[in-house]
Design a protein around this ligand. Sequence first.
Ligand code: FEO
Length: 395
Amino acid sequence: MKPRKLKKDVYWVGAVDWDRRLFDELIPLPDGTSYNAYLIKGSEKTALIDTVDPTMANELINNLSQLDVKTIDYVVANHAEQDHSGALPQILKVYPDAMVVATPKCKNLLMDLLLISESKIKPVEDRGTLSLGNKTLEFIHAPWVHWPETMLTYLREDKMLFTCDLFGSHFASSDLYVTDEATVYEAAKRYYAEIMMPFRTVIQKNLEKIKDLQIDVIAPSHGPIYDNPEFILQAYRDWTYAPPKNIVVLPYISMHGSTKKMVEYFVGVLVEKGVTVKQFDLAGTDIGKLAMALVDAATIVIGSPTVLVGPHPNVVYAAYLANALRPKVKFASIIGSYGWGGRMVEQITGMLSNLKVELLDPVVIKGFPREDDFRALDKLADDILNRHKQHNLVD
Ligand code: FEO
C-alpha cells in the first residue's frame, strides 16, 4: 500500500499484512493485520511513529522514499514488540542521524531485543514533549498496553493520539479509517480479548489518564484508524469497567457422547431460564472466539470427559487460556463424565487460580447421564441464575 495522507504533513506509511494467519505463533488472525507507522513532518524536524514488522521493512522504506523523506530526526518507539520495532535496525541504517525516542523501560528492551546501541536511544519521561517546530509530540507513559514499557504519543496541534497496540484490531483493510463499525467492533473486541484483557485494571487507569485529552483521531498501530474516537473509547469502557452480563460461556469436549449429552441438556435448561449461553466444542473451535465470549460472561462452565484421570488436553488448554486472560467472570463450574475415577475437578479448579470466581457445585458423573444427573444439572442451572440475579445481571 502506498503512503496515505491523514492530515497536513501527517501520513500513514505502514504495511498491510493481508495473509498473516497467526500472531506470536499463538493468536489466530482470520482477517490478517496491519502494522501502522506514521510520518509527521514538522517545520523543523521529522518524526516517524513506530515502524513495522521486520518482514515488511521494505514497504515502510519504500513509502518513506515515495514521500521523498531525506532525513528522519526521531523514531518514536511506542512499544518494543517486534511487530512495531522490528524494522528499527533497517530504518537506522537508511536514516543514520535518527534518534529513537522511547520510555526508559522501552530503551532497555530495544537494546536487549534488537541490539540497538544505547547512544541511539533518547529516553522520555511521562508527559515529556518534543518539538518538531510547528508540531509538538507529547509522550504519555501507558504501561501494560501490552508490555510494561508501552506509551502513547499525542500530536497536540492535530489532536491525534497514536496508541500502538491499545485500541488496535488485527484487521487488514484498504480503508484507512473505520468505515464499517460493526465489523471493526468485532475485530477490536477479539484483539482486546486476546491481548489486552489480562491488563484490564491497568487499562482502566490508562483510560483515566487520557480522559481529558482533546482527541479528534485515534491512530493505533494495528487496524483501521478511528476518526470517531468515542466509538472505540466507549467500547473499551464497556469491556473494562462494566459488570459482566447474564452469559454462560461453555467450552467443552466429548469423546463418546456422555459429556455432549450433558452439555446439550444443560444449555437447553439455561436458555429456558433466560440465560444466554455461548457454547464451544474444543475439538475444533476458534480459540479467539472463546476469548471474545469471555469478555462479557458472568460464568464459565467447563465440560470435559476424563482422560488418564484428568481433563481432556484440549480442556487443559482452554482452562489455561481462560486463567491467563483474567476475564471478569464471577462464577465457575465443571460438568463431565468419567469411567472409573479421576481427579478432573481438582485439576481444572487448580488451573483457574487467577480468576476471582465462586465455584458452583460441579456435576461430574459416572458414564452416560441418568435421571439423577439431569436433576443435578437443573440445580446447577438454578444456582447460576440465582447468582446472576443476586448480582443484578438479569434484566
Ligand atoms: Fe502489536 Fe504488542 O505488539
